[in-house]
Design a protein around this ligand. Structure first.
Ligand SMILES: Nc1ncnc2c1ncn2[C@@H]1O[C@H](COP(=O)(O)OP(=O)(O)OP(=O)(O)O)[C@@H](O)[C@H]1O
Ligand SMILES: [Mg+2]
Length: 315
């Protein structure tokens, strides 16, 4: 299997479908395969995790939600549109190809993704994402670049999550237009609320200029420690923003050392500490997000695996 992905030996029908995509995989996909029955309501979940403030838990949220979706049986693609390449770092991936190769290199998506877990593929970002950004600037209809390229795989995946950088970039605009839904993690400082507000303003402006449907899905309080006085203040501000934009606030993700440990060990929170309170909170957030997409509550389909069972671990 190309793309730095280790072959697990068994080929699932889903993987077969991905392998059979023709040519660049960018045309006639539906015609070739017909619609695949989706898990849940049948509505594809596409969301961007964004906040224009750095360090608010975007990557942690994107990675953990992606694994939560995958564990519930949703064929999930996690895309890293951040040139920092945080997702690849957090999971210690060594891909052969990156987002830039997929968008401009005419490569199959199957050759660019890394299978990191059952039902979960990652398309990594990195420094070459900046190159993609520069090339995209001269592209006609540039904000629709992700839509033009990824939509061809909508029959393959049930869920696509895009992690983006804190700065406003063209890649972020592409992610907003393609996914049409934004989950905004907000950590417990006032600049994080300003960052969330800026993201929502950007979404509105972009929706207007591109006539794309972009809906902020929810605000997600992160790294929450109720013992700090600032928490109440920030939660008050978050509720105000939510009211102004008429979007829900999800149950908060508590501060948890298990998150830091998982990051240090380059593991999913699920494998580092399946009993952790942050993971319990992310499971609640997953339920709510699925609900917002109209999915019926689903039962987790796979038991947490040990780190050694993962197929991505780079030696
Ligand atoms: N619930 C949590 N409890 C404790 N630490 C957390 C929690 N969530 C995130 N963190 C830590 O906060 C830091 C920032 O998280 P993360 O990298 O996910 O933020 P980010 O918004 O993606 O940052 P950037 O803007 O640089 O991309 C990391 O060290 C992460 O381990
Ligand atoms: Mg990040």
């Amino acid at each position: 299997m190309a793309g730095g992905r280790k072959d697990t030996g068994t080929v699932s029908p889903w993987l077969e479908q991905l392998q059979n995509l023709d040519g660049t995989g960018r045309s006639g996909i539906e015609g070739h395969f017909g619609p695949r029955e989706r898990v849940g309501s049948g509505v594809m979940i596409k969301l961007m995790v964004g906040n224009q403030r750095g360090g608010v838990g975007k990557t942690t949220t994107a990675v953990t939600l992606a694994r939560c979706f995958a564990d519930r049986g949703l064929k999930t693609l996690l895309v890293d549109a951040d040139p920092q390449g945080s997702v690849g770092q957090v999971l210690k991936l060594r891909p052969e190809h990156f987002l830039n190769d997929f968008i401009f290199g005419q490569l199959h998506l199957r050759d660019c993704v890394v299978r990191v877990h059952e039902n979960l593929d990652v398309l990594c970002g990195g420094r070459s994402t900046t190159e993609a950004e520069q090339r995209a600037v001269g592209h006609f209809g540039r904000e629709r670049l992700f839509e033009d390229t990824f939509s061809n795989y909508d029959s393959v995946y049930d869920a696509v999550i895009v992690d983006v950088s804190p700065s406003i970039t063209l890649m972020q605009a592409c992610a907003m237009v393609y996914t049409g839904h934004i989950v905004v993690p907000v950590s417990m400082d006032t600049l994080s609320v300003s960052g969330a507000h800026s993201t929502l303003v950007t979404a509105q402006t972009l929706a207007k200029s591109t006539r794309a449907q972009i809906k902020p899905l929810a605000l997600l309080p992160t790294i929450v420690n109720k013992r700090f006085g600032i928490t109440e203040v920030v939660m008050g501000l978050i509720n105000q923003v939510a009211e102004n934009y008429d979007i829900p606030v999800l149950e908060p993700i508590r501060t948890d050392q298990a998150v830091t440990k998982a990051m240090r060990k380059k593991a999913f929170l699920h494998d580092e500490d399946p009993q952790s309170k942050a993971l319990a909170d992310y499971q609640v957030a997953t339920d709510r997000i699925l609900e917002l997409f109209g999915h019926v509550p689903a039962v987790s389909t796979s038991e947490p695996q040990s780190i050694g069972d993962q197929t991505h671990a780079a030696s």
